[in-house]
Design a protein around this ligand. Structure first.
Ligand SMILES: Cc1ncc(C[n+]2csc(CCOP(=O)(O)OP(=O)(O)O)c2C)c(N)n1
Length: 325
């Protein structure tokens, strides 16, 4: 895929949009507006924006643990307000405020985030079968973490998707950790992408802090899937800027991670890297980039105000969601 100027600007805005949404979520949790959890995705925005921005309407996407799939959902057409309201248990949330912290809208191709790590693999495989049967060239994009790669469901699903040549792109957000467990302790293979070869799929490793690299790798896999060439795996090496969930320390095993190492991660902020690259290439000036940032910040402030003013979830919705009508 050749990225034109407007595509690059769209990627930049999307990176900022999901970072700022994430910041509202962190604040919402700290202020008690969100009664459940927030697993921040700050640091991995390039993986989300690169893999989701240019999907088509009929495509489907399942997010990983980071950001509860909300970031992918926003880039697939869900409003940030609907996601934030859901987390705040408000009636205007995408699931009427009853899901706790999940994000789902079948009309937008978002089946929902999965509380049980690894349960997204068979879900994605099932959707892949449905898309193949419908034969409209739509694809299923399934994100997962390095920790999830240890689940047996991955192997069953990779095998079935490969045998049936399903239109699926598996995206591994390898941030190096599953809560406190380092990937080097938990995984025997150096690269998760190597798992693809056991199932006859292409598997590539990309710099997950480089939004263009992610976008090119994922969109190339998407085009293969649309053309009936079956599934692929893209592993994105990324960083988690915040703890696993808010309020717990950042550790490797039982040991604190040295400040200098965390600083190295922060120095590779995907938004700053991309912004600098676009300024260097003359795509926009620093002032124009600031304007985009400010527009998104204003959008977030309006969203926070609207959601705070909204009423809580209606109990009737809970029972409506239990049975098909
Ligand atoms: C089957 C299962 N085991 C354990 C958990 C608890 N848990 C929630 S998130 C998580 C870590 C997942 O790590 P990873 O897949 O690398 O995603 P990341 O959080 O790093 O994005 C764990 C162990 C769970 N939700 N489901």
């Amino acid at each position: 895929m050749k990225l034109e100027k407007e595509d690059l600007l769209k990627l930049y805005r999307n990176l900022v949009l999901i970072r700022k949404t994430d910041e509202v979520m962190v604040d919402g949790l700290m202020q008690g507006k969100i009664p459940s959890f927030w697993h921040s995705g700050q640091g991995n925005e390039a993986v989300v924006a690169g893999g989701t921005t240019f999907l088509k309407k009929g495509d489907w996407v399942i997010g990983g643990v980071r950001g509860h799939g909300a970031h992918q959902a926003i880039l697939k057409g869900m409003t940030p307000e609907s996601v934030y309201a859901e987390h705040c248990c408000k009636a205007t949330g995408c699931c009427g405020g009853w899901s706790g912290f999940h994000t789902s809208d079948l009309d937008l191709g978002i089946p929902g985030s999965c509380g049980t790590v690894g349960s997204s693999f068979p879900l994605a495989t099932g959707i892949g079968i449905a898309l193949k049967k419908k034969d409209k060239g739509d694809v299923m994009v399934c994100y997962f973490g390095d920790g999830a790669s240890g689940r047996g469901t991955l192997h069953e699903s990779f095998n079935m998707a490969a045998i049936m040549k399903l239109p699926i792109v598996w995206i591994c957000e390898n941030n190096g950790f599953a809560i406190y467990m380092s990937v080097t302790t938990a995984s025997a293979s150096k690269d998760i992408a190597d798992l693809a070869y056991g199932y006859g799929m292409p598997g590539v490793v990309v710099d997950g802090q480089d939004v263009v690299a992610v976008c090119e790798a994922v969109m190339s896999a998407v085009e293969k899937a649309r053309a009936g060439e079956g599934p692929s795996l893209v592993e994105c090496k990324t960083h988690r800027f915040r703890p696993h969930n808010e309020g717990i320390p950042i550790l490797r095993g039982t040991e604190p991670i040295p400040e200098a190492e965390i600083q190295e991660w922060l120095d590779r902020d995907p938004i700053v890297l991309f912004r600098n690259k676009l300024i260097e290439r003359g795509i926009f000036s620093a002032a124009e980039a600031d304007k985009i940032d400010q527009e998104v910040v204003a959008e977030m402030a309006a969203m926070d105000k609207a959601v705070t003013a909204c009423g809580v979830a209606d109990p009737a919705v809970m029972f409506k969601s239990l049975y098909a009508e």
